[in-house]
Design a protein around this ligand. Structure first.
Ligand SMILES: CC(C)(COP(=O)(O)OP(=O)(O)OC[C@H]1O[C@@H](n2cnc3c(N)ncnc32)[C@H](O)[C@@H]1OP(=O)(O)O)[C@@H](O)C(=O)NCCC(=O)NCCS
Length: 151
């Protein structure tokens, strides 16, 4: 059902990724330029993964090694029509195997403090809150960081 790629995105994957971000973020018409900006800033060791249903990309994840012993699930988005089907969990499993291959001991994820979907998802998958970052998403919108030990 799902497979991943860690090289540069195919045109089709880019189009599917934008279609997902248009639904899961507030960027709407800016989704393509936001994604382009993120891809242009990809650093060494960062990877993009796609989960496909048939040949359609419906779940996407960007992994970024942190400076400590953890791998960041930096972006994680599943198309609303395909949520609650286990696709986010499948992508996290891939993140765990990538983290282990990189000799990392934990996964981390961040989101805003009222993002109940992601928080519910993270708790269900064994993450625990460990840090709040003030004003991460602009004035008065704090980020919560969560970690999951994978050893
Ligand atoms: C968070 C997200 C990636 C989860 O993806 P998903 O494919 O729906 O997740 P799964 O189907 O693997 O869910 C696994 C478990 O997580 C929890 N969960 C998932 N969605 C949830 C929700 N909306 N509310 C509460 N818990 C939720 C549930 O316990 C679920 O298990 P269940 O369906 O058996 O009850 C998806 O909701 C999403 O893309 N959200 C919008 C984008 C976003 O906010 N990304 C993060 C930005 S930092």
């Amino acid at each position: 059902m799902a497979h991943g790629k860690n090289s540069s995105l195919r045109k089709k994957d880019f189009v599917d990724y934008v279609a997902v971000l248009e639904k899961t973020t507030r960027w709407k018409k800016n989704a393509a330029s936001m994604l382009t900006g993120r891809l242009e800033q990809m650093k060494k060791g960062e990877q993009v993964w796609v989960a496909e249903v048939d040949t359609r990309g419906v779940g996407f994840m960007i992994l970024a090694p942190n400076h400590d012993d953890s791998l960041e699930v930096d972006w994680l988005d599943v198309h609303p029509d395909f949520q609650r089907l286990g696709i986010g969990t499948l992508l996290l499993k891939k993140a765990v195997s990538v983290a282990k291959a990189k000799k990392k001991q934990a996964l981390s994820i961040h989101t805003w403090e009222s993002n109940q979907k992601t928080l519910g998802f993270a708790y269900k998958n064994g993450f625990e809150k460990y840090e709040t970052i003030k004003n991460f998403y602009g004035k008065r919108k704090d980020a919560v960081r969560l970690k999951k030990n994978i050893l």
